[in-house]
Design a protein around this ligand. Structure first.
Ligand code: 5GP
Ligand code: MG
Length: 181
């Protein structure tokens, strides 16, 4: 078997360690548990970048709730210029009458979440809010209300803890700035 090259460490600059991420997630989990106590909550992970975040966040929550996933993709490679988005894997659960919290790894231009919000609103949830681990305010094209956020970051490309570069690096135990080759 051909030997796999390890990470190009010089391409990665660590921004947040797992310890920092976990501390933040612990706070978020507590806040969300307080805010949604007694309510019929569905947590929706946006595949695939939010998966590590969703799993760790929900482990920190102390209320009962449902979990579902949705997957979206951009028609165009230049996602940020067109904003044309489609659902490639829809929810399995009905969210009508439910309190819904969308969980994202990173909100950048806001185009993906802007679309998701519009789409999910038509399904008549009781409430609809957003939780993201990372937020890039400087890149925003569409205003989206971020109700819970982990960290604000500048306009840089990041990988790790669920976030990919060409589908790789999601498993990194930290979030790092990545210099794309
Ligand atoms: P938006 O629609 O807000 O511009 O983009 C959101 C999506 O773009 C995220 O779900 C993620 O898939 C991708 N994305 C945006 N910025 C980054 C980044 O810095 N790193 C990675 N890995 N993905 C990003
Ligand atoms: Mg992606």
């Amino acid at each position: 078997m051909k030997e796999q090259k390890p990470y190009e460490e010089n391409q990665l600059k660590i921004l947040f360690t797992l310890e920092q991420i976990e501390e933040k997630i612990c706070e978020l989990g507590k806040r969300i548990s307080d805010d949604y106590a007694g309510l019929d909550l569905v947590m929706i992970g946006v595949l695939r970048g939010s998966t590590y975040f969703l799993v760790d966040l929900t482990r920190r929550m102390r209320i009962p709730f449902a979990i579902d996933f949705i997957s979206i993709s951009h028609y165009s490679e230049q996602a940020d210029s067109t904003g044309v988005v489609r659902i490639t894997k829809d929810l399995d659960l009905s969210i009508s009458g439910k309190h819904v919290l969308i969980v994202e790894g990173i909100v950048d231009t806001g185009l993906s979440l802007g679309y998701l919000l519009r789409n999910l609103k038509t399904r008549n949830p009781e409430s609809l809010k957003i939780c993201t681990l990372l937020n890039v305010e400087a890149r925003r094209i569409v205003e989206v209300p971020v109700d819970y956020k982990g960290f604000d970051i500048p306009n840089i490309f990041v990988v790790g803890y669920g976030l990919d570069y060409n589908e790789k690096y999601r498993n990194l135990q930290f979030i790092a700035e990545f210099n794309r080759p």
